[in-house]
Design a protein around this ligand. Structure first.
Ligand SMILES: CC(C)(COP(=O)(O)OP(=O)(O)OC[C@H]1O[C@@H](n2cnc3c(N)ncnc32)[C@H](O)[C@@H]1OP(=O)(O)O)[C@@H](O)C(=O)NCCC(=O)NCCS
Length: 195
């Protein structure tokens, strides 16, 4: 139940390993790819290695986690990542090297990961994106997630005010469940029409 390897038509989804540091560096060093993410782009291989230790190796040591490298089948080389957290929010997140955008790769990976977490018994997943990053919301809608609400957060570590849109997908048939924590903890929250 920890990041079991998955295969889709074009992709292999698997754990990152210590052999993937160059690949991880290439994903994490890009300003644009990392703009809407809660960390700064890495500057060197040491920073990539630290990122791996803190955000991947630590998760692989847990009993259950979903923290995938997204690789093309042709070479099994990581070009992006996709994850579902095991905390109460079950936050769903992803990122991909720019050269590979606009080909439906993250949508394809996301569908496979959602199928797996559903099979493993997760009741729901949530995802949030900055209102200025609508393509991320496109992926959420592509996989059947439903917009629930928007909220403001003074976002760290970048310390900027962000309006997030929160999406949710219930996996256990309880269609009306809404994860309210972001709504409850944010002073500014609202529902945008027509989303
Ligand atoms: C967001 C990201 C992961 C998308 O990856 P991708 O593989 O190019 O996405 P997909 O092709 O599977 O799906 C995106 C699709 O959603 C659809 N979509 C639906 N509504 C959309 C909207 N309002 N705006 C843009 N796209 C929308 C489009 O069909 C879009 O495809 P296209 O723009 O390539 O034609 C990628 O751009 C990325 O890595 N961004 C930087 C990291 C990031 O922001 N991560 C999410 C943080 S919340």
């Amino acid at each position: 139940m920890n990041t079991p390897a998955l295969e889709t038509e074009r992709l292999i989804l698997r754990k990152f390993t210590e052999q993937d540091m160059e690949a991880l560096f290439l994903i994490l060093q890009d300003e644009e790819v990392n703009r809407f993410l809660p960390w700064y782009p890495v500057k060197n291989m040491e920073e990539a290695k630290r990122f791996y230790e803190e955000r991947y190796a630590a998760k692989y040591a847990q009993p259950q986690a979903y923290a995938y490298a997204v690789c093309l089948k042709a070479d099994d080389y990581p070009i992006g990542y996709i994850k579902v957290d095991m905390e109460e929010h079950h936050d769903f997140g992803y990122g991909l090297r720019k050269e590979f955008w606009h080909k439906g790769i993250v949508t394809e990976a996301a569908k496979a990961v959602i199928k797996q977490v559903k099979k493993d018994g997760l009741s729901y997943i949530t995802a949030t994106h900055d209102r200025n990053n609508p393509r991320s919301g496109g992926v959420m809608r592509n996989v059947g997630m439903k917009y629930q609400y928007s909220y403001e957060e003074q976002w760290q570590p970048k310390n900027i005010l962000v309006t997030f849109r929160m999406y949710q997908l219930n996996l256990d048939g309880n269609e009306s469940r809404v994860y309210k924590k972001y709504w409850d903890t944010s002073a500014v929250h609202f529902i945008e029409p027509n989303l």
